[in-house]
Design a protein around this ligand. Sequence first.
Ligand SMILES: [Fe+2]
Ligand SMILES: [Fe+2]
Length: 258
Amino acid sequence: MASRSRFRWKKRTERPLSYVPHQRRWDLDGVLPAAPLSAPTVPARSLAPGDEARVWQDLTAEYDARLLQAELVRRAPGFSPELELFLEAWAEDEAKHAAALTRLYMEASGATQEGVRARLDGRSGDFEPMASFLDDEFRLSVLLAYDEAMSTHGYGADIPFYASLGGTPERQAAFAAVLRALKNDEAVHYRNAVELLACRHQGRAGEIAPLMDEIVALDAGQSEYKATFLLDHANDQFDEPGMRRVASAVVRTLERRL
Ligand SMILES: [Fe+2]
Ligand SMILES: [Fe+2]
């Protein structure tokens, strides 16, 4: 049976596309080299429960990109070639983010690869609350733009926290570098979503603000994260005023571009 782990709704169009999503090229081994075995790094340390939960939530949200990807493939709503290109680049980056945070989490917590894998296996997302965004390319693209903008801000604010989890000054610097790489990728995903909307949905600027109100209401109204990758903000690090600030900036940009 054909793998459904990639986007394969239809044969790629042969016509040249004016839309090309950008991707930053960075190497996880370069940014976060394996911890030196000789150093008394972490398993000796243990993460405070709140800190463990915070890293785990980021790790799982990145991991859950594959659940969203599978859900979109399952729904197969006939996306444009441009959105498929966006999603291919996005899925590759988010899988790398999950790998990066897994490595960081293992080092900071002393967890094993097998232990992490066992906890991740069998996750499933509840996409019903956001179903109306998944079958409509315009709505999905605006939701992605908002969510990636939120991720950019979230990781930017989290750099000092993640740096503090490193067991040595060198590892603190490496952990901070991981977060900067993630933040910069999320900023690229945001820009890719904006360009996608500018390419595919010119003339719809008037729809952006009410749609964003709908998105923020959905995000702020979630009492728990449901393994959907999108809208993973039901925790202490995010509040509705912060969501509104990010949403307003996204609206201004999209209204200008559309
Ligand atoms: Fe990510
Ligand atoms: Fe992203």
